[in-house]
Design a binder for this molecule. Structure first.
Ligand SMILES: *Cc1c(COP(=O)(O)O)cnc(C)c1O
Length: 434
């Protein structure tokens, strides 16, 4: 056995071992069920199936085609959509498919800036964002209300009208983002978008699981034409992407995805997606409600321990995510590292006003926390108190991180099983390999 082979096995085992000693609060992550993880290893992943089910460029797709049709049907049912394309291999690729289908390089899109919660796939060219650097879009920003932590609908409508008056057409509105505690004002803005023939996409990468569970908001009924997503954040499936839309947008989306953006489309994870969606159909509503309840409980518990969780007047959050202004105790980058040493995994995050105040992405003023994964492990509001206490011990009281790390690992022993899925095993993070 070669050294590299042995080391590779060891790295996986070490990572798995560590994961079941940690509290993972990364808002864009989740842990998939044992059935989803098994599906990820099936032979589909060695095959090609270019094109649409039933019209493939490759032979050998009999079962693969039926699987992809199952995924499409489940997506349409769960998101109450006329059309679904499950081939984008990630959320970024799904967004790029929307840009490709509905815009040309040089066109203008409105999206959130990164400090206000936008994602790099909506970003301008000068920061290397997908929209600008890959598709040549000009990106203009939604006016943002820092107090409400949300897009300002009135200012947005004014900005759209002013832009068209000046002859600067906007082709695409991109709702959604990566820090997203409150529903976006899609309903308030969509009519004006229709007036100007602007395509409205809602990027549900973070909140797809909440929408699937029937809470948060329902973009396709509120005026969105198309909705892109990742399938592994609040929606606890394999890492990939998807698009749902009204039927009239089907053809340009299909063409953008293939031949435009994928050749193989990671077929093993299509199988895994079907299993994840079947689980969502059975458990999705309960899961989504539990995630949001925990997010509110965690926010409150942190707030009571002196942490400046934003959005207090609005109940902190209506989603899985909360944003904490951490400047009283240091910067997000340093505290992210410190918490990691204490077995608590979070993201540092820019606050909407950070750039203005001279902070940067490496050392921002915030941390972002999400409750999707801890909820999957069966934790509830009382465990959110425990987690808040662990965080406060590191951030507020400055306790020794090794001591907290030990206590976190001990605490985690009680929560080994996954919930909201058909098959459950003793250890949600069990290593399945050699
Ligand atoms: C995470 C995220 C994406 C992209 O996700 P991938 O699936 O990792 O490509 C896109 N948009 C938003 C708003 C996100 O938060």
């Amino acid at each position: 056995m070669s050294e590299e082979y042995k080391r590779a096995i060891e790295l996986m085992k070490k990572h798995h071992e560590w994961m079941h000693q940690t509290i993972n609060l990364i808002a864009s992550e989740n842990v998939s069920s044992p059935a989803v993880r098994m599906a990820m290893t099936c032979d589909f992943g060695h095959r090609y199936a270019e094109g649409w089910p039933g019209e493939r460029v490759y032979a050998g797709c009999i079962y693969i085609d039926e699987m992809e049709l199952l995924a499409i049907d489940l997506m349409k049912e769960i998101f109450k959509a006329e059309f679904a394309d499950v081939r984008p291999i990630s959320g970024v690729v799904a967004n790029l498919a929307i840009y490709t289908a509905f815009t040309k390089p040089g066109d203008r899109m409105m999206a959130l800036s990164i400090p206000c919660g936008g994602h790099i796939s909506m970003g301008r060219g000068k920061i290397g964002g997908t929209a600008g650097a890959v598709h040549g879009l000009r990106v203009t920003y939604f006016p943002y209300n820092e107090k409400e932590l949300n897009i300002d609908p009135d200012a947005t409508i004014k900005k759209i009208r002013r832009s068209f008056e000046k002859g600067k057409k906007i082709k695409l509105l991109m709702f959604g983002g990566s820090v997203f505690p409150f529903p976006h004002p899609v309903k308030e803005i969509a009519d004006v978008a229709k007036e100007y023939d602007i395509i409205v996409n809602y990027d549900a990468a973070h909140v797809a699981g909440l929408i699937a569970g029937g809470i948060f908001q329902d973009p396709l009924r509120e005026g969105a034409d198309t909705m892109t997503m990742s399938t592994h954040k609040t929606l606890p499936g394999p890492q990939r992407g998807a698009i749902v839309a009204y039927e009239k947008y089907a053809e340009p989306i299909k063409r953008a995805v293939f031949p435009g953006l994928v050749s193989n489309h990671h077929l093993h994870s299509i199988a895994a997606l079907v299993i994840a969606l079947a689980e969502i159909k059975a458990f999705g509503e309960d899961y989504a409600r539990a995630i949001v309840k925990n997010a509110k409980a965690l926010a409150q518990a942190l707030y009571e321990r002196g942490l400046n969780v934003l959005g207090e007047e609005k109940g902190f959050t209506e989603s899985h995510v909360l944003l904490v202004d951490i400047t009283k105790y240091g910067d997000g980058g340093t505290l992210e590292k410190k918490l990691e040493s204490a077995n608590i995994i979070v993201n540092r995050n820019l606050l909407p006003w950070d750039i203005r105040e001279g902070r940067n992405y490496m050392h921002p003023g915030g941390i972002r926390l999400g409750t999707s994964e801890v909820t999957r492990l069966g934790m509830g509001p009382s465990e959110m108190e425990d987690i808040a206490e662990f965080i406060a011990r590191v951030v507020v009281k400055g306790e020794d991180v090794d001591k907290v790390a030990k206590d976190v690992a001990e605490f985690r022993k009680e929560y080994t099983k996954l919930h909201y899925c058909f098959e459950t095993v003793e250890d949600a993070y069990r290593y399945l390999g050699p």
